[in-house]
Design a protein around this ligand. Structure first.
Ligand SMILES: Cc1ncc(COP(=O)(O)O)c(C=O)c1O
Length: 400
């Protein structure tokens, strides 16, 4: 019998982190590798935020804080929800965790009983199913097809709901596809949810600020106030403020749920770093000027990548509404052979051969629950993206 817990066998290490590590290993061996696997902005944290952290250190803010987050940070989050989303959460309806990831995990652990079902639109962020499994729930993937912009339809949602459904996890804009739901699309999903009062929704809005071409962002609680009491609105500083390593995520929701999340947190991490929280206050209350500037940069990169991928033989790539990912189809390469005679039978074969042949690291669609696709993170320099796309074109052109 293994010393390790049986629950470990339920989950796999994050495939996106695995790709990043594989790319790092190849680089360490001297290979020229371009990593397009990691989901983090390549920008540095803005100076005003860094200064706020330094000032907090100098003020000696090195003690434990409240479990749910400092009053100053929760006040700043409440103001953000009102300002940007039209949502009124009081500070006791807000919790702060070590990243959006921990808030999500805490929420699942705090609510799932064994066998409870969680509807997860696919392609999905890799962590949703595994976090559900760790919390003894049952992930129920629901496919958002490419022809529907990788979004789920109301009728598909309706069909997936059973008496055991506890949550729907809605991520817009999405990792891995960049798809974002319009106000009308959210309203159509809300109409289904209103008919099923036992189903709650987690809205993961972490890519809220990465939207392009005038797309207007809405979150479910804003679109359908009647659902407000069964929605957990999750967000974080990682992506919009280039603060992935600072570990600040947060959520607003009904007090009963927030208290439960805080209870779990009180017996695990206690809270995220006091210094990161002080930085978070400045991130949310300080200037927001760089957000549209970064979005402009990302839009330029998205357009470049989509256009170059669509010129690669056997690939086709939709233009997504947001986030910093594209999710091209590699269906046209399946069945073809690489120069060294390997047949590509799946998106996993495609990404492995691409990494080995051209040193470009991307993540296979299989990891996100929809094949044959792969994910590219374009949160990297324009030069690296151009070079990577040229290599992808060369690789695809070399298949026979
Ligand atoms: C969809 C989605 N949600 C949540 C997170 C978690 O972000 P963090 O824990 O860094 O706040 C990520 C990070 O990649 C993500 O892609």
């Amino acid at each position: 019998m293994s010393f390790l817990a049986a629950r470990l066998s339920l989950i796999k290490p994050s495939p996106t982190i695995a790709v990043t590590q594989k790319a790092a290993e190849l680089k360490a061996q001297g290979r020229d590798v371009i990593g397009l696997g990691a989901g983090e902005p390549d920008f540095d944290t803005p100076d005003n935020i860094k200064a706020a952290a330094k000032a907090a250190i100098d003020r000696g803010e090195s003690k434990y804080t409240a479990i749910a987050g400092t009053p100053a940070l929760r006040k700043a989050i409440a103001a953000k929800f009102l300002r940007e989303n039209g949502l009124t959460y009081s500070p006791d309806q807000i919790t702060v965790g070590c990243g959006g990831k921990q808030v999500l995990y805490n929420a699942l652990v705090a609510t799932l009983n064994p066998g409870d079902e969680v509807i997860i639109p696919a392609p999905y962020w890799v962590s949703y199913p595994d976090m559900t499994l760790l919390a003894e729930g049952v992930p129920v993937p629901v496919i958002g097809r490419e022809e529907n912009g990788f979004k789920i339809l109301p009728e598909t949602l309706e069909k997936a709901i059973t008496p055991k459904t506890k949550w729907l996890i809605l991520n817009s804009p999405s990792n891995p596809t960049g798809a974002a739901y319009s106000k009308d699309e959210l309203q159509a999903l809300a109409a289904v949810l209103l008919r099923h009062p036992h189903v709650w929704t987690m809205c993961d809005d972490i890519y809220e600020h990465m939207i392009y071409d005038g797309f207007e962002f809405f979150t479910l609680a804003q679109v359908e106030p009647k659902l407000f009491d069964r929605i957990l609105t999750i967000n974080g500083l990682a992506k919009a403020y280039a603060m992935t390593g600072w570990r600040v995520g947060y959520a607003g929701g009904p007090k009963i749920l927030i208290d439960a999340i805080n209870k779990i947190q009180s017996q695990s991490t206690t809270h995220t770093s006091s210094i990161s929280q002080a930085a978070g206050v400045e991130a949310l209350n300080g200037t927001q000027d760089f957000i549209p500037k970064n979005a402009d940069l990302f839009k330029g990169r998205r357009d470049l990548v989509v256009s170059m991928l669509n010129q690669a033989s056997g690939l086709s790539c939709k233009t997504p509404e947001g986030a910093f990912y594209v999710y091209p189809s590699c269906a046209g390469t399946i069945g073809k052979k690489t120069q060294d005679g390997k047949v590509i039978t799946s998106d996993s074969d495609f990404v492995t051969a691409l990494l080995e042949t051209e040193g470009v690291a991307v993540v296979q669609g299989e990891a996100f629950g929809l094949s044959p696709y792969f994910r590219i993170s374009y949160a990297t320099s324009t030069e690296a993206l151009t070079e990577a796309c040229q290599r992808i074109q060369r690789f695809c052109g070399s298949l026979s």
